[in-house]
Design a protein around this ligand. Structure first.
Ligand SMILES: [Zn+2]
Length: 123
């Protein structure tokens, strides 16, 4: 089966072209290049469209690529509120909690101060 060539595609970010490029990049390593396609992938956007018959090898590669993707903004979950909006300093935009080493140091310092104040109150 011949794969659509994307040589000459110049659109900066055409999702259909990106899919075609991905197929072109992984297809040479298909251990069963003559096996029937197992899926049809259709992509239609304002800048382009394409329908691709993909092999088991390609669909597995796509699934692995998608599973490995992590949003650049994904910095984990806040242990305080469960929110998913930690900024680059691991500061929760939802509840204000700090994470990471700095967050731990600040939390430990706050706990120590609170403990000292509690001890002074008792004396
Ligand atoms: Zn939070």
């Amino acid at each position: 089966m011949a794969w659509p060539s994307v040589v000459g595609v110049s659109t900066p970010f055409d999702p259909a072209a990106v899919v075609a490029e991905f197929i072109d990049a992984v297809s040479p390593y298909d251990p069963h290049p003559h096996a029937d396609p197992v899926a049809m992938i259709g992509v239609r956007t304002a800048v382009g469209e394409g329908v691709f018959a993909v092999s088991d090898h390609v669909i597995r590669a796509m699934c692995k690529a998608l599973a490995a993707y992590r949003d650049p903004e994904d910095r984990g979950v806040c242990v305080g509120c469960g929110g998913r909006h930690l900024d680059e300093n691991l500061h929760c935009r939802d509840c204000g909690r700090l994470h990471g080493i700095l967050g731990q140091v600040i939390a430990q310092h706050a706990a120590r101060v609170a403990a000292e104040e509690a001890a002074e109150d008792r004396s």
